[in-house]
Ligand binder design. Structure first.
Ligand code: OFO
Length: 163
């Protein structure tokens, strides 16, 4: 059975993951609005992944006799200055999520909750991948600069991403 402290912290993290989903769905709509369908696809897949993250935490709660508690999801921004601006915001958000995951790991250690600690290892690896994906796309966008052809080529590449 999961302890109350860890249960509350995981429920808080579920809200963070659902906000991540909202943020990336909003970014997907932004990219649709500027006709970058590949970028929009990439963000839509990211939105789906974030819902999966929330459900992964929910599974953990369910398997350990805990209970999901849903909180209000904050309204995400809906406009960004450019694709680069949106991806810089994505990276900053993922760095915030990494900090949240690290704090959960610290809490699991403090609470001697081995099951939560084990489950969180998946999220540690996932955050390395998420930050690295964002950094790669930011580097490409910086290289592209004002080159429209480069942007369209990257858009085509990002259209390949699948859930
Ligand atoms: Fe983007 O990894 Fe979850 O929030």
């Amino acid at each position: 059975m999961i302890g109350k402290v860890m249960e509350d912290a995981i429920n808080k993290q579920i809200n963070e993951e659902m906000y991540s989903a909202y943020l990336y769905l909003s970014m997907s709509a932004y990219f649709e609005s500027i006709n970058l369908k590949g970028f929009a696809n990439w963000m839509f897949v990211q939105y789906q992944e974030e819902v999966e993250h929330a459900m992964k935490f929910n599974e953990h709660l369910k398997n350990r006799g805990g209970r999901l508690k849903l909180f209000a999801i904050a309204e995400p921004p809906s406009e960004w200055k450019s694709p680069l601006d949106a991806f810089k915001a994505t990276l900053a958000h993922e760095q915030h999520i990494t900090k949240c995951i690290n704090e959960l790991v610290d809490l699991a250690e403090k609470e001697k909750d081995r099951a939560a600690y084990n489950m969180l290892q998946w999220f540690i690896d996932e955050q390395v991948e998420e930050e690295s994906n964002d950094e790669e796309i930011i580097a490409q966008l910086e290289m592209i600069g004002d080159n429209k052809n480069g942007l369209l080529m990257l858009d085509k590449e990002l259209s390949q991403r699948q859930a």
